[in-house]
Every structure is written in structure tokens, then in C-alpha cells.
Design a protein around this ligand. Structure first.
Ligand code: ADP
Length: 466
């Protein structure tokens, strides 16, 4: 049964907010303009904190600090084992502060507290350890080019990196970007999403405590068209790593291409195809499951689904639901704001059936509790339809037939395919989209290499008998 009770019982778990200012060159400072913006608790619609609002001038300051830390500072020059030692300490500090960090992502991003405390924060610390372990294993190749020329490659950090991060999982997004860049020896300017700036500031503080030198990680909080745009067009930033909407990705690529040619990444989402033979049974089971699905305060450990992250997202999801109704999809359940008696951006878990491929709810990325069920007959048909979208981040297949699993996973144009599971993430497995879901990967060793560049060196050998 859906539970709209979002009273204040969980309020005691909310931490005192310690960090609300920009983090530049190892210090928390006010923005140049002195402006701040409100970050809102999506459970109550109340202001959690006023956070410094950065702009172009602040990005300039952060880039100057990162540039100096890269060109003259110790971080890129440290032996890999030293970067490893500091990163391992950073990961330990994340584990030690798990409750406070999980709570920050709950009030700021509506991430479920029980998952944050039980899984996400420790998982994020593990990802930092994964890359820490790689920091001293970065090496090039020796190439025997000809009798009188010896060649080798040096693998070097790419330089100053800009990270532009979305709101959905602030902690994972932060470590996915910052972890490999740190291990590579890069320095960076991080822009968390305006909806969810709090945990990034806390991580920057913990990194400093662990011994990451000043200027290596800088965090500029603020909006996309100001802070984000200044990062993507900055001539002193060597690479931008972006996760977010395809539209923003286009804008960033344009800015990057017209400034100094950087590279970047982005991510998108889903539809559910059910084979006709099991369709009715599937729907019945789904409705059965839905009865135990609880919507409510994400601090409550019984809750499966919290609120949407902010008012804009809440309204966007509701408008997609209206599109679905108007275009003739059948509303099986949900379809409106949850009656919470109080406040908060809660939406009922919504299921549409009779969804056709050309409907907006099937084509766009909704980013909310909306599921579209679509019936299919043959495997060939479902492959074709599943591929008939401009996106291609991730897909899942449920089947007992190994051959179908192999055929479908090879045929889908998606960066990740999960067989008989969903959200099959692992530190070792690179994740990144095909088609308009972006290029480049996060996680895995591929992500580390994105932050490195290869230099070829050739040296003549005189009078060698070999
Ligand atoms: P989402 O759908 O995840 O909200 P967005 O693309 O809107 O996706 O946001 C992802 C990140 O990109 C956020 O940090 C946002 O502030 C930033 N962003 C938005 N617009 C721009 C822009 N024009 N240039 C650079 N970054 C931007």
C-alpha cells in the first residue's frame, strides 16, 4: 500500500549541514558575486541550505587553482603508490562518515537512506579503492620499431579535467568521475547538479583530510548555463566529462569543440517489452508486487520510492504522464501526484499498458516512476523495436533460453546489457552509452585510460647487432 506519510519522524536523522561554500584551492569560500541559491528537501519542499552560487569568475578561479596544481603541484608527479595511499585513506574516511553522507544524499537527492547507508556509500568507497589500486599500474609499451630505432610510449595524465554531474545519484556520479581522474594524476573542477550540491562539497573536504593536495579537487556549485557552460568552453580545461541529458550533452560538445576540442560522456533510460504469451500473467504479478511497493520518506527503511528530486522534475514527470494519457496509452495504475496530506514532490508509481513505439512516453527519457509496458511476439521483432530509439545506454533481458540471451545481448545497440538481472553494476565493468546516450565509459579500466594520454618516444640506436 502506498504510504504518503511524510511527517517529521525522520527529521532527527538530518545532519547539520557543514559545507555550503565553493571549494577552491583547498578552502571553502564565498562566490565572487556573494550570491547563493537554495537547495530544497524534496520530501518537504523546505530549504535545506543556501549554497554559494558560482559563475564564470569562480570557474576561472577554480581552473587557475587546478591548472597550477597540475603544472607545478605534486599530484601528477607523485609516484603512483603515493596517490594510491592517499586515495585509500579517502575511501576509509567515506566509510567512517557513512551515515552523514547517506543522509545528505537523502535530503538532497531523495536517495533511499537504507540503500545509501547499506550500499551506496560503501560501494562508492570501493570504487575509489579500485582506482587507487590502479594508480601504480599505469604504464606504456616498449616498441621495437627497427634495428636502429627504439620506441616506447609514456602514459601521462591528460591535465585539468572538468566534471559536470547530474542529480540522480550524486555520490556514485562523483566517485565515478573523480576516482579515475585522481588515479591518473589529473586535477579537476567539479560541478555537481544544482539540485544536489551537498555531498560533493563533503567529499572534497574528506579528500583534503586524506591528503589530496590543494587545487587538485575544486568544487564550484551553481547552475548549468553559467558554471557548466564556463567549464565546457574553458580554454585551460583539457577534457570535460559530462553525464546528464542528451540536449545538454550536445550543448557541451558544441562549446567544447569551439574552444579547445575536449571529449565527454552522457547517460539515459528505459521501456519494458513483455512477450504476448506471458503478458497477462506478467501484468497480474506486477500489480501484486505493487501492493507491497511503499512510496514515502526516503529515510524510512520500509520505503521503496522517495520523491522526485525537485519541482521541475516533478512537473516534468507529471506532464509525461499526461502525454501518455492523451496519446491513448492505458493507465494501469498511478498517474497522479501522491496524496501526501503535507508537502513533497511525490508521484504515484505509474504503469501504462498498450504503449506503442511512437508515443512520447516510449521515446523520451522520463526519469521518474513511470513504466511503459509493450507487448511483443517474436525475438526478432523485439530486437528491432528495442533498437528503434535514439538512446542506447542499458538494457535487460529476462529469459531461460541461453541462446536467446546471447542473440539479444549481441543485437542490442546499448552500452550495457543485463541478463536475468537489472542494474548489474560492478567496479570492473565499464558503463557508457551507445548512440545518443554518449561516448566514452565510466567505471572499469577504460575510464582510467580516458584520463590518460599516450606519448610516443623514439630514440636511435647506433651500431646494434640486433
Ligand atoms: P538532467 O536530466 O540529469 O537534469 P541536465 O543535462 O539538465 O540533465 O544536467 C546535468 C548537469 O549538466 C547538471 O550539473 C547541469 O547543471 C549541467 N548543465 C545544464 N546545462 C548546461 C550547459 N548549458 N552547459 C554545461 N552544463 C550544463
Amino acid at each position: 500500500e502506498s504510504n504518503g506519510n511524510v511527517e517529521t519522524s525522520m527529521m532527527k536523522m538530518i545532519p547539520r549541514i557543514k559545507f555550503t561554500k565553493l571549494f577552491i584551492n583547498g578552502e571553502f569560500i564565498d562566490s565572487t558575486s556573494g550570491k547563493t541559491f537554495e537547495t530544497i528537501d524534496p520530501r518537504t519542499e523546505e530549504v535545506i541550505a543556501n549554497v554559494s552560487e558560482g559563475d564564470k569568475d569562480d570557474v576561472d578561479l577554480a581552473v587557475t587553482a587546478a591548472r597550477h596544481a597540475f603544472d607545478h603541484g605534486p599530484w601528477p608527479r607523485l609516484p603512483g603508490c603515493e596517490r594510491r595511499r592517499i586515495m585509500l585513506k579517502f575511501a576509509d574516511l567515506m566509510d567512517e562518515n557513512v551515515e552523514e553522507l547517506a543522509a545528505l544524499d537523502t535530503i538532497d537527492a531523495a536517495n533511499l537512506y537504507s540503500l545509501g547507508k547499506g550500499m551506496f556509500i560503501h560501494g562508492a568507497a570501493e570504487l575509489i579503492r579500485y582506482y587507487a589500486g590502479a594508480a601504480d599500474k599505469i604504464h606504456g609499451e616498449t616498441l621495437k620499431m627497427s634495428r636502429d630505432l627504439h620506441g616506447y610510449t609514456l602514459v601521462e595524465p591528460i591535465g585539468v579535467v572538468g566534471h559536470i554531474i547530474p542529480w540522480n545519484f550524486p555520490t556514485q556520479m562523483f566517485v565515478m568521475k573523480v576516482g579515475p581522474a585522481l588515479a591518473a594524476g589529473c586535477t579537476m573542477v567539479v560541478k555537481p547538479a544544482e539540485q544536489t550540491p551537498l555531498s560533493a562539497l563533503y567529499y572534497a573536504y574528506l579528500a583534503k583530510l586524506a591528503g589530496v593536495p590543494d587545487g587538485v579537487i575544486n568544487v564550484v556549485t551553481g547552475y548549468g548555463p553559467t558554471v557548466g557552460a564556463s567549464i565546457s568552453s574553458h580554454m585551460d580545461i583539457d577534457m570535460v566529462s559530462f553525464t546528464g541529458s542528451t540536449e545538454t550533452g550536445h550543448r557541451i560538445m558544441q562549446a567544447a569543440a569551439t574552444s579547445n576540442l575536449k571529449g565527454q560522456i552522457c547517460v539515459a533510460g528505459t521501456r519494458t517489452f513483455v512477450q504476448e504469451g506471458i503478458y497477462d500473467k506478467f501484468v497480474a504479478r506486477l500489480l501484486e508486487e505493487l501492493k507491497t511497493w511503499v512510496v514515502g520518506d526516503p529515510f524510512d527503511s520500509n520505503v521503496n520510492q522517495g520523491p522526485q528530486v525537485d519541482k521541475k522534475q516533478y512537473e516534468k514527470v507529471l506532464s509525461y504522464i499526461e502525454h501518455g494519457k492523451r496519446e491513448g496509452a492505458t493507465l494501469l495504475s498511478g498517474g497522479k501526484p501522491l496524496d501526501t496530506k503535507g508537502k513533497g514532490y511525490y508521484i504515484e508509481p505509474t504503469i501504462f499498458t498498450d504503449v506503442t513505439d511512437d508515443m512520447i512516453i516510449a521515446k523520451d527519457e522520463i526519469f521518474g516512476p513511470v513504466m511503459s509496458l509493450m507487448k511483443f511476439k517474436s525475438v526478432e521483432e523485439v530486437i528491432k523495436r528495442a533498437n528503434g530509439t535514439k538512446y542506447g545506454l542499458a538494457a535487460g533481458i529476462m529469459t531461460n533460453d541461453l541462446n536467446i540471451a546471447n542473440t539479444v545481448s549481441r543485437s542490442l545497440r546499448a552500452g550495457a546489457v543485463w541478463i536475468n538481472c537489472y542494474f548489474g553494476f560492478d567496479n570492473d565493468l565499464p558503463i557508457g552509452g551507445y548512440k545518443r546516450s554518449g561516448f566514452g565509459k565510466d567505471m572499469g579500466m577504460d575510464a582510467l585510460h580516458k584520463y590518460l594520454q599516450h606519448k610516443s618516444i623514439a630514440i636511435p640506436i647506433y651500431n646494434s647487432p640486433w
